[in-house]
Design a protein around this ligand. Structure first.
Ligand code: FMN
Length: 435
């Protein structure tokens, strides 16, 4: 049992909690919406969210209230809210639990955000594989509509707020906000060049906010309990609130753990997730989803907040913490992730499309014990030519596993190549057979 008070997972941890509207209302659900809609000016809601210090939980950690504030004030046409439920980052599975176990918490957050930014329509873009989640959300929307929380004239205030579920077809890139918007518009999910940003030119070229599921789920609590309460949790002033970390890999109890930001990796892994399954020491961990550079056990006492993880050379990202025990083959681990990125590269930008292909081929060659010493330079060269040269952050993400494993475990690459060389010496015909 965790010693930390859960906020977002609290309801679902109660015995018998089903996530129905009746259950959610019993816990105080939709009181935050009742408190502000039609009573408090929308700009004050944005101000409250700014004051809370809430930062996006989707990956980049951008301050939520500040993002909302970028929408043009005097724009008369429609504006949109998109809830990013694509959850495509490997090692990340928190949004899925929030959706399946407490959908009304997310819907209330969506309605609060709609009110704050003046959007009459919100779209939940959910990854295609989350069939159950999509059904649960549809059912919850129907319940909330019947109860007067969603629709025209919500809570008899004259305000309109509609929410729609849109299922994606299962592409990593569609979690990127502008590719998500393209996909939502019925086009192929390719990222857009920014600027212009979605705040001014988003869905159907209208002012749009894209927020992650967990980000939005925090809103009812911030409105109900106040921004000061939220800002006092975690590592103020820059990393406030709790965060759901998805712990996977060689731990005893993989799962989602909600802790205040600022606890250490050691506490998360050894106290919350029960430590290592085989009691072997930790060799490596990824702190924030597959896009985040690997860290070594030297970083176990780093705090889980945006600044501390960045200072340690990685990023908090999506909150997916994958732990690997001593004995893990790090070159193979990097190849495994590279295979994923190669498969998912959308192909729009040449450095990523071509570079991911060459990276995966070179890595496969090394792991197949057919590598050459110059392959290591080729890998670094390819990574450097991808970094910062793509339309979206996918390029920077895909080079993380290779660059960080080369930084920390270069001898493992060298050993594999030496083994390849030795094998070739013994079997000279294999040298001739090489491509
Ligand atoms: C390749 C790529 C994939 C992404 N996948 C997701 C995702 O699955 N879910 C998500 O919320 N954000 C994802 N993001 C981040 C979004 O672009 C965007 O920053 C986020 O949805 C904004 O919400 P937030 O401010 O609430 O964090 C991804 C970004 C990139 C570059």
């Amino acid at each position: 049992m965790s010693k930390h008070e859960p906020v977002l997972l609290k309801n679902m941890l109660q015995p018998g909690y089903t996530g129905s509207l009746a259950d959610y209302e019993k816990t105080g659900g939709y009181q935050a919406l009742r408190k502000v809609v039609g009573k408090v000016p929308p700009t004050d809601v944005t101000g409250t969210v700014m004051k809370s210090g809430l930062r996006g939980r989707g990956g980049a950690g951008f301050p939520t209230g500040v993002k909302w504030g970028f929408l043009p004030k005097d724009y008369q046409g429609p504006r949109y809210l998109c809830c990013n439920a694509d959850e495509s980052e490997p090692g990340t599975f928190k949004d899925r639990q929030l959706i399946e176990r407490d959908p009304h918490q997310i819907l209330e957050g969506i309605l609060l955000a709609c009110y704050a930014i003046g959007a009459e329509s919100a779209y939940i873009y959910i990854r295609g594989e989350f069939v159950l989640g999509a059904k649960i959300l549809e059912a919850a929307i129907a319940e909330a509509r019947t109860a007067g929380y969603i629709g025209t004239n919500i809570l008899s205030t004259g305000i309109t707020a509609n929410v729609w579920v849109h299922r994606g077809a299962g592409a990593y890139i569609c979690g990127e906000e502008t590719a998500l918007l393209e996909s939502l518009e019925g086009k192929r999910g390719l990222p857009r060049v920014k600027p212009p940003f979605p705040a001014t030119h988003g869905l159907y070229n209208k002012p749009t906010v894209v927020n992650n599921v967990e980000t939005l789920a925090n809103l009812p609590h911030i409105i109900s309990r106040g921004p000061e309460w939220f800002a006092s949790i975690g590592s103020p002033p820059k990393s406030t609130g709790t965060r759901i970390f998805c712990v996977s890999g060689h731990v005893k109890r993989p799962g989602n753990y909600e802790v205040p930001m600022g606890v250490t990796f050691r506490e998360l892994i050894y106290e919350e997730a029960g430590g290592m399954r085989s009691n072997k020491p930790i060799k490596a961990f990824i702190p924030g989803g597959a896009s985040a550079p690997f860290l070594t056990p030297d970083s176990l006492d780093v705090k889980l907040d945006f600044e501390s993880v960045a200072a340690a050379g990685s990023m908090l990202g999506s909150g997916g913490v994958t732990v690997m025990e001593e004995g893990t083959d790090m070159v193979w681990a990097a190849l495994r992730l590279m295979e994923f990125f190669y498969h998912e590269s959308c192909g729009k930008c040449s450095p990523c499309r071509e570079g991911s292909s060459w990276l995966v081929q070179t890595m496969r060659r090394i792991v197949a014990k057919r590598g050459r010493m110059e392959d290591l330079e080729t890998l670094v060269d390819l990574c450097k030519n991808i970094a910062g040269r793509t339309v979206c952050a996918f390029g920077d993400a895909e080079i993380s596993p290779i660059m960080s494993t080369l930084k920390h475990w270069r001898p493992e690459y060298v050993k594999m190549i030496h083994e390849a060389e030795a094998a070739n010496l013994i079997h000279p015909k294999r040298i001739m057979a090489q491509p």
